[in-house]
Design a protein around this ligand. Sequence first.
Ligand SMILES: NC(=O)c1ccc[n+]([C@@H]2O[C@H](COP(=O)([O-])OP(=O)(O)OC[C@H]3O[C@@H](n4cnc5c(N)ncnc54)[C@H](O)[C@@H]3O)[C@@H](O)[C@H]2O)c1
Length: 227
Amino acid sequence: MKKKLVVLTGAGISAESGLKTFRDSDGLWEGYNIEDVATPRAWRKDPQLVLEFYNYRRKNVLDAQPNAAHYGLAELERNFDVTIITQNIDDLHERAGSTNVLHLHGEIFTMRSERNESLVYEIKGDIKLGDKAEDDAQLRPNIVWFEEPVPMIEEAIPVVHSADIFVVVGTSLVVYPAAGLVNYANPDIPKYIIDKRVPYTSDVYNLTAIEKPATEGVKELVNLLSR
Ligand SMILES: NC(=O)c1ccc[n+]([C@@H]2O[C@H](COP(=O)([O-])OP(=O)(O)OC[C@H]3O[C@@H](n4cnc5c(N)ncnc54)[C@H](O)[C@@H]3O)[C@@H](O)[C@H]2O)c1
């Protein structure tokens, strides 16, 4: 039976595909304060700005291509039972061929009713003010904003808990509850963290830090795991 490999990814894995992270540069996301575009308050105050921000993000993602880190994780499916838990809203893991991807914070290519989170639709173009769901409520990006609950965390916790190997790639480990997932991994299993600037992690046992860009770091991980 294949070993269960669980990977938690963040914005850093998509950086080399040209999609910007925010915390490692200037505390802004593509020039915006997070509070102005990615919170329920922002949506109430200026929905037009929020829609424009995510419409632009959607275009960026459409133009981007998976990089060697996404492909490397997809290839690990040959030898491992891989689950990817991503904080990313892009679809680069799927486009690289990963078949088991859990999106903690939503997906840029879906939208939902602002009133009913179970009314979800695919979207490749723009969402405009006045675009309505079937319950007649305004459509919004199907993204978990800061300060909103993260329902998928309930699904993610047992996945991490059951891992034989746990890997973290390209996340600053400051956004909760995602960052807390690390603590659900069994202390005895091998753990790897790949980041161009590895975040401080105390009390995580059996941890190998690979301080490299994601593309190089995943290549190194694949080599280590094939030994
Ligand atoms: N691509 C996306 O979908 C995207 C992009 C930006 C932000 N976000 C959202 O922002 C939140 C941010 O949390 P986060 O921890 O994912 O991101 P973050 O911006 O807080 O942290 C990014 C991390 O990636 C590392 N990093 C940057 N470039 C790297 C590279 N080339 N190789 C390896 N590591 C690199 C940084 O050192 C940092 O630790 C998430 O909720 C996510 O949904 C998503």
